[in-house]
Design a protein around this ligand. Structure first.
Ligand SMILES: C[S@@+](CC[C@H](N)C(=O)[O-])C[C@H]1O[C@@H](n2cnc3c(N)ncnc32)[C@H](O)[C@@H]1O
Length: 256
């Protein structure tokens, strides 16, 4: 009898202690959106942070890197445009989302706050824009937003996308309307050689002439320069065909 009571006590104590353990939420279990009104939250956070314009240090860095200023002409996908984008990419909890050329980082923040992606990354070449994204990251840390999101990760990187590690990307947005063709070739080569799984990529420029890029759909998204900017959703095949060399044929369909 005593033994039974002891066993019951142990089971009860074990059950209580388990129920009080912190739950190790996976990214996909995180309640979304992470903040109540993400559109207004992002708007307020960015009131004093514009991506337009370049500082003197940006200009001299671009010169040193031999980048024409046309590569860094600024414009953004809007909040509503990004809703369309995320729907088309059908982002799930095991996805890693990259915005290549992320400006001040609004789109990456929206991905982090409103989609189940386990990781949202922005890569930006222009120093002053990347620094604004970093300021936003600090503000989110200070407000405790980054600890609300389970295992989800938000990352801003100041770098040239050509030399960045993109190997874990599963979904990409690429606002490349003003990018030089040679740079576009290098980015496609980089993705083709480093990503070891199929990848979805939404590009403003057509990538039809890259043999490993299979067009799934063309649609429009709202951007700051037009309410209907053409974009193309590609699936990058894996394994990559050896025929895919840098063919320089990307074409713009509208202008920022
Ligand atoms: C049109 S803006 C898009 C901003 C953001 N993705 C959006 O849609 O809201 C393109 C950005 O790409 C950046 N960019 C251009 N070339 C780049 C490169 N090689 N590596 C990283 N970023 C680059 C520019 O500085 C610019 O901020």
């Amino acid at each position: 009898m005593k033994r039974n009571l002891l066993a019951l006590l142990i089971v009860t104590l074990f059950t209580i202690s388990c129920s009080q353990m912190p739950k190790n939420n996976t990214a996909s279990e995180t309640a979304l959106p992470i903040v109540e009104n993400p559109s207004e939250f992002i708007h307020q956070l960015y009131l004093d942070k514009s991506g337009h314009g370049l500082e003197n240090t940006d200009v001299s860095t671009l010169e040193k890197m031999n980048y024409a200023q046309k590569n860094v002409i600024y414009g953004e996908i809007t909040y509503n445009g990004a809703i369309t984008l995320f729907e088309k990419l059908n982002i799930k909890g095991n996805d890693v989302f990259y915005d290549i050329g992320s400006g001040v980082g609004k789109l990456v923040l929206q991905a982090y706050l409103t989609t189940p992606a386990k990781k949202s990354v922005g890569i930006e070449l222009v120093g002053s824009r990347a620094k604004k994204a970093e300021t936003v990251y600090q503000q989110l840390m200070n407000q405790g937003i980054l600890s609300k999101a389970g295992n989800k990760e938000l990352k801003y990187v100041e770098a040239d996308v050509i030399t960045s590690d993109l190997s874990d990307a599963t979904t990409i947005f690429w606002a490349n309307l003003t990018w030089e063709e040679g740079v576009i070739d290098k980015v496609v080569q980089k993705l083709s050689s480093s990503v070891k799984h199929p990848l979805l990529i939404v590009s403003h420029k057509s990538l039809d002439n890259y043999p490993n890029m299979k067009l799934k759909e063309a649609f429009t998204v709202e951007c700051t320069w037009t309410s209907r900017s053409n974009v193309y959703l590609y699936e990058m095949e894996y394994p990559v065909s050896s025929k895919n060399t840098a063919i320089n044929t990307s074409t713009a369909t509208d202008n920022i």
